[in-house]
Design a protein around this ligand. Structure first.
Ligand code: MN
Ligand code: MN
Length: 319
C-alpha cells in the first residue's frame, strides 16, 4: 500500500493548470530527500537528443510531457487500477546530460540509473531520443540480459551511421545486443515500417533471433493475438518496455523526428500496452517526443497517456 506522501495533487483540490508541473502531479523527490528510499517507481526525464541523426527536438520532451501530464487522473478507465495507491511513485527529476558529448552523457545517465537500481526503484523514463534507452539498459541489465517489448516504426538495430559512428538513435539495440544487455531471443519489435536504407538491420535481427512484427502483419492479424505472442516471447523473465512515439501514426503523433505514415491510431497505441500488464517489467521508456514539431502539445498528451498505461502495466493486471 502506498504512502499518502506520494499521492498526486488532485484536480478536485487544485485546478490542473495551477502549480509547478511534475510528472502526473506527483511529488518531486531528489536523491538527497529522505523520501527517496520509499520510492518504488521513479518517473525520470532525460532531456537529451544528441543521438538524433535528422530532425532534433526530444531534448525538450520531458518539460512538455510534464506539462501535458497534469491532465492524467488517478484511475485506469478499464481495469480500475489506481497506480498511485498501488505503489509509491514520484517524479525524480531530470538526468542532466552534456549536450556536447555523447559518451559523457551516457555515463551520466547510466550513473543515475545505477542508483535507482541499487535502491530497488523501477524507472519509467520520458526521453529523449531513442539512444536514451542504451545507457538506461546498461544500468538495468547488470544482473543479466533482459527481454524487451519494443514499439517503434524502426528497428534501431543499425550497425553505424556516417561511416563508423556507433552511438545514434538508430543503433541503441544493436549495441545492447552486442553488450549482452538484451537477450535477442526474448526481444520483439512491433510496428516496423517505412522506406529503408537497406535490409542490414533486419538481417541482423534474423541472425540473432529478434522477432520483428511489421505493420503489415500488425494490421493483418488481431492485435491481441500479436500481444499474446509478445508475452510468450518475453516470458516470466525480467523485461524492459521501450516505446518510440513514432510507432503511432503521425496523424496522432506529428511531434517526432522520424515519422512514418501508415501506423496505429491513438486508441491502439494505448491498447497494446494494456496487454503487457503482469509481465515482469523492470523498467520502461517513452521516447522521441519532439515538441518543436508539435507545439500544440497533442503528441505530448498522447505520450503521457502512454506513460500512464506503461505505469499501470508495470504494476500488474489491476482490479
Ligand atoms: Mn526508435
Ligand atoms: Mn522510430
Amino acid at each position: 500500500m502506498s504512502d499518502p506522501f506520494f499521492h498526486p495533487v488532485s484536480g478536485f483540490d487544485l485546478p490542473r493548470f495551477a502549480g509547478v508541473p511534475t510528472f502526473m502531479r506527483l511529488p518531486h523527490v531528489t536523491m538527497d530527500d529522505p523520501q527517496f528510499r520509499n520510492v518504488q517507481i521513479g518517473l525520470v526525464g532525460v532531456p537529451w537528443d544528441s543521438g538524433t541523426t535528422n530532425r532534433p527536438g526530444p531534448r525538450h520532451g520531458p518539460r512538455q510531457l510534464r506539462d501535458a501530464s497534469t491532465m492524467i487522473r488517478a484511475q485506469h478507465p478499464v481495469t480500475g487500477l489506481r497506480p498511485f495507491e498501488t505503489a509509491n511513485c514520484a517524479d525524480l527529476g531530470d538526468v542532466g546530460p552534456n549536450p556536447a558529448d555523447i559518451l559523457d552523457s551516457m555515463a551520466r545517465i547510466t550513473a543515475f540509473y545505477d542508483r535507482l537500481k541499487a535502491a530497488g526503484i523501477r524507472p519509467l523514463t520520458a526521453g529523449g531520443d531513442h539512444l536514451t534507452s542504451l545507457p538506461v539498459l546498461r544500468a538495468l541489465a547488470k544482473d543479466g540480459p533482459l527481454g524487451m517489448v519494443h514499439f517503434d516504426s524502426h528497428t534501431d538495430l543499425f550497425h553505424s551511421y556516417f561511416g563508423g559512428t556507433m552511438f545514434t538513435h538508430g543503433t541503441p539495440f544493436r549495441r545492447a545486443v552486442e553488450e549482452g544487455l538484451l537477450d535477442p531471443k526474448r526481444v520483439i519489435q512491433i510496428g516496423i515500417r517505412g522506406t529503408m536504407y537497406d535490409a542490414e538491420d533486419r538481417d541482423f535481427a534474423k541472425a540473432v533471433g529478434i522477432r520483428i512484427v511489421t505493420i503489415e502483419e500488425y494490421f493483418d492479424r488481431c492485435q491481441l493475438e500479436i500481444m499474446a505472442e509478445a508475452r510468450e516471447i518475453v516470458g516470466d523473465g525480467p523485461t524492459y518496455v521501450s516505446y518510440d512515439i513514432d510507432f503511432v501514426d503521425p496523424t496522432f503523433a506529428p511531434g517526432t523526428g522520424t515519422p512514418e505514415v501508415g501506423g496505429p491510431n491513438s486508441f491502439e497505441a494505448l491498447q497494446v500496452v494494456r496487454a503487457l500488464a503482469g509481465l515482469n517489467i523492470v523498467g520502461a521508456d517513452l521516447v522521441e517526443v519532439s515538441p518543436p514539431f508539435d507545439p500544440s502539445g497533442g503528441t505530448a498528451f498522447l505520450g503521457v497517456s502512454i506513460m500512464f498505461e506503461l505505469l499501470c502495466a508495470m504494476l500488474g493486471p489491476g482490479g
